[in-house]
Design a protein around this ligand. Structure first.
Ligand code: MG
Length: 164
């Protein structure tokens, strides 16, 4: 059985993951409005991945006899000033999620809940990958610039996510 404190913390994290999914879906819509289908594809895949994270936690809470309580989602931003600004937001957002995961892990340590610690190891590792992926795309965009040919090449590269 999950402690009440951990149950609340897991429910909050489920909300953060669904909020991430919703944010990336809004970012994908922005990319479509800018005629960047590759960016939109990458962001839609990210949306699905975040929903997967939420469901992993959801199933875990249920498995531990906890009560899942879904919370309201905030409206995500609609407009971004550029593809670089968008990926700056992605990186900033993933760093925020990493901080939430770390806090959740600390709560599991405080409660001496070993099963939760094991489940959260996966999320800690996943956040390393999330930050690295966002950072790599952002750095490439900054190097190549976001005009004309460079942006088209980047769009084609992002369109290939999930193909290899
Ligand atoms: Mg996530």
């Amino acid at each position: 059985m999950l402690s009440k404190k951990l149950q609340k913390a897991f429910n909050d994290q489920i909300n953060h993951e669904f909020s991430s999914s919703y944010l990336y879906l809004s970012m994908a819509a922005y990319a479509l409005s800018q005629n960047l289908p590759g960016f939109a594809h990458w962001l839609k895949m990210q949306t699905a991945e975040e929903k997967g994270h939420a469901m992993k936690l959801y199933n875990y809470v249920a498995e531990r006899g906890g009560r899942i309580e879904l919370q309201a989602l905030e409206q995500p931003p609609v407009e971004f000033s550029s593809p670089i600004a968008l990926f700056e937001e992605v990186l900033k957002h993933e760093r925020k999620i990493t901080a939430f995961i770390n806090k959740l892990y600390e709560a599991a340590l405080d409660e001496r809940d070993y099963a939760s610690q094991v489940v959260l190891h996966w999320f800690i590792q996943e956040q390393v990958e999330e930050e690295a992926a966002a950072s790599e795309i952002l750095e490439t965009l900054k190097m190549a610039g976001e005009k004309g040919h460079a942006l088209i090449m980047m769009d084609r590269q992002l369109a290939r996510r999930g193909q290899n």
